[in-house]
Design a protein around this ligand. Structure first.
Ligand SMILES: Nc1ncnc2c1ncn2[C@@H]1O[C@H](COP(=O)(O)OP(=O)(O)OP(=O)(O)O)[C@@H](O)[C@H]1O
Ligand SMILES: [Mg+2]
Length: 348
């Protein structure tokens, strides 16, 4: 069984549409597939044509409730199987209660992973999980269960905050559990006529390199309509451009597998600057350009952080903190530059 989590804390970047239609493509390709809606907004539930308000139906909330109340979950009551090869665990609002209650529970991040390890789920070749737009315990459950995390990036530089958070959460998970899922990114809701979109792809490639999958999911009215009507793109219009994009994207995802690339490394740059308004990391690896993609994300502890995918090599870099250049205080290796000041030097 391969488990794919779709996650990005940025709202509206197309997680649900991607999760639903990736699951639908996997099923269409002949795989027994299970889609799990792990978002209290229950948009995937709605997008598959179920009334999200129905309170009698068992939902993904019951997976967590069973854990709190220490009762057996009737898995066959949670899973809806009325489509060919595509089964589904719906969600409802009650999941927000799980999000709140999970805070103090031991092993809270592993509840979904442990549930999917039950022999009942052995029949599924693929599980796709839709996550909420936040990095609480539900997303942690989604990411911890996963072998592969897919991060959709829409046409906004805010999506890059999500990139950073996904890397941070996975390194936390790795530190706690030793498990490290593969992370891939996909340009989503892509408008091919827009110059801004083209520029964003170039910037995204610089930042996340080979982990950005080549296929872009283009902006498609058919896709929007299909989820409003509670249908997958194949049920609505199997010949439209979005259906083709999903075939290509899903095939790519299956081909890249869970392999790690040996010759590229993901490096985190961190700087403590609690009072700063904006922090960039600029260096040889990103052309020293003050772009939004090279901006660090502020963390709750006053640190700023950004992850970059880098080839092996020697790089000079500096932080730009509110337009003031500073060297990396955590890196003692420096070299003089042509301006008579010093740069931090990093060897990968
Ligand atoms: N490729 C696309 N082309 C056109 N519209 C799209 C595409 N993908 C998603 N959308 C539309 O964008 C909106 C947001 O998509 P979606 O609900 O999938 O995002 P999300 O990341 O799951 O949102 P949230 O963060 O609230 O969970 C929806 O109206 C959806 O129909
Ligand atoms: Mg969603």
């Amino acid at each position: 069984m391969r488990i794919i989590s779709v996650a990005n804390q940025k709202g509206g970047c197309g997680k649900t549409t991607l999760a639903v239609n990736t699951a639908a493509t996997l099923a269409k390709l002949g795989n027994e597939t299970l889609l799990v809606d792990l978002d209290p907004q229950a948009h995937a539930t709605f997008a598959l044509g179920y009334d999200k308000e129905s309170s009698e139906r068992k939902t993904s909330y019951d997976i967590f409730r069973a854990h709190f109340d220490d009762i057996e979950v009737p898995y066959d009551k949670i899973v809806i199987s009325n489509r060919d090869k595509l089964s589904f665990v719906p969600a409802n609002m009650m999941l927000s209660a799980a999000e709140i209650n999970l805070g103090g529970v031991n092993g809270a991040a592993a509840i979904l992973k442990n549930t999917l390890a039950d022999p009942f789920f052995d029949k599924y070749e693929y599980v796709v999980i839709d996550s909420p737009p936040s990095f609480g315990f539900l997303t942690l459950n989604s990411m911890y269960a996963a072998d592969t995390i897919v991060v959709p990036i829409d046409l906004s530089y805010f999506s890059f905050n999500g990139v950073n958070s996904v890397y941070r959460v996975t390194s936390l998970l790795k530190a706690e559990t030793g498990k490290e899922p593969a992370i891939y990114f996909v340009m989503n809701i892509y408008d091919q006529r827009s110059n801004f979109a083209k520029k964003l792809v170039i910037d995204a490639k610089k930042r996340i390199g080979p982990y950005l999958l080549p296929t872009k999911i283009r902006s498609s009215v058919r896709l929007r309509e299909s989820s409003m009507l509670g249908k997958t793109i194949f049920e609505y219009d199997s010949k439209c451009s979005a259906a083709l994009d999903f075939y290509n994207f899903t095939s790519e995802l299956l081909n890249v597998g869970e392999q790690k690339k040996d010759d590229v490394f993901v490096k985190e740059f961190v700087l403590a600057a609690p009072k700063a308004g904006a922090v960039y990391v600029l260096g040889d690896f990103n052309g020293w350009r003050k772009l939004e993609t090279n901006r660090l994300t502020k963390l709750e502890n006053g640190e700023w952080s950004a992850h970059f995918t880098m080839d092996k090599g020697l790089y000079r870099y500096k932080f730009l903190v509110d337009d003031k250049w500073i060297c990396d205080p955590k890196n003692l290796k420096t070299e003089r530059n042509v301006f008579g000041t010093v740069d931090s030097v990093l060897e990968i």
